[in-house]
Design a binder for this molecule. Structure first.
Ligand code: SF4
Ligand code: SF4
Length: 186
């Protein structure tokens, strides 16, 4: 049974520290567009509950915001605050948050609790060439990302979020591009 628990973020950061979606630097394909502020400076990254403990709060490359979960469409199980960070310059790579490490993959949980990894379907203010070109991603990148999601989904708040996003995709008739099919989650 899932519960409100703190995920072992240290372990997840360790196993993803050198992980990259392709063997070369994909930032060279797009000028690191996913790290640049958009015209309204809205671009940033949400942290998962407890992930903020991986930071000191004094990083000179980050701005922090405490967001209200109800206003940002998180499930009711998410309490205040949800941490949202914006980068003011390049990050030290080993400190980047999980959402940056996993991109362009996102989790999709089928109703029978099968976890798929798909191309991110969020509306973004930029185009990621790995998504638009359907570039084959490293096998170990997908495998380790899937392993991380198995751990993250043990937290019921994260599971609520992934289930909510998955049902929304299905309601909207979105047919995501599946990169890594089929792990059963309990
Ligand atoms: S937008 Fe895509 S290709 Fe560009 S740096 Fe980000 S993940 Fe890599
Ligand atoms: S944390 Fe690093 S990888 Fe993520 S958006 Fe900021 S600069 Fe880019």
């Amino acid at each position: 049974m899932s519960s409100k628990m703190i995920v072992n973020y240290k372990e997840l950061y360790d196993i993803t520290s050198t992980l990259t979606p392709i063997y070369s630097d994909c930032g060279e394909l797009c000028g690191k567009i996913c790290c640049q502020p958009d015209s309204e400076d809205n671009l940033g990254v949400y942290l998962y509950p407890g992930e903020e403990r991986m930071f000191t709060g004094k990083e000179n490359w980050l701005q922090w915001e405490h967001r209200n979960p109800a206003e940002d469409d998180f499930p009711p199980s998410w309490g205040f605050p949800v941490h949202f960070i914006r980068c003011t310059r390049s990050c030290p790579r080993e400190q980047r948050p999980l959402n940056c490490r996993f991109f362009p993959l996102a989790p999709h949980l089928l109703k029978d609790n099968t976890l798929l990894l798909i191309h991110e379907t969020l509306k973004l203010p930029y185009m990621c060439p790995l998504i638009t070109g359907r570039t084959p991603l490293r096998k170990d990148f997908a495998e380790i990302t899937a392993r991380c999601w198995q751990e993250l989904l043990r937290d019921s708040r994260i599971r609520d979020l992934v289930e909510m996003d998955s049902r929304e995709r299905e309601r909207e008739g979105c047919r995501p591009y599946v990169v890594y099919p089929g792990i059963k989650i309990f």
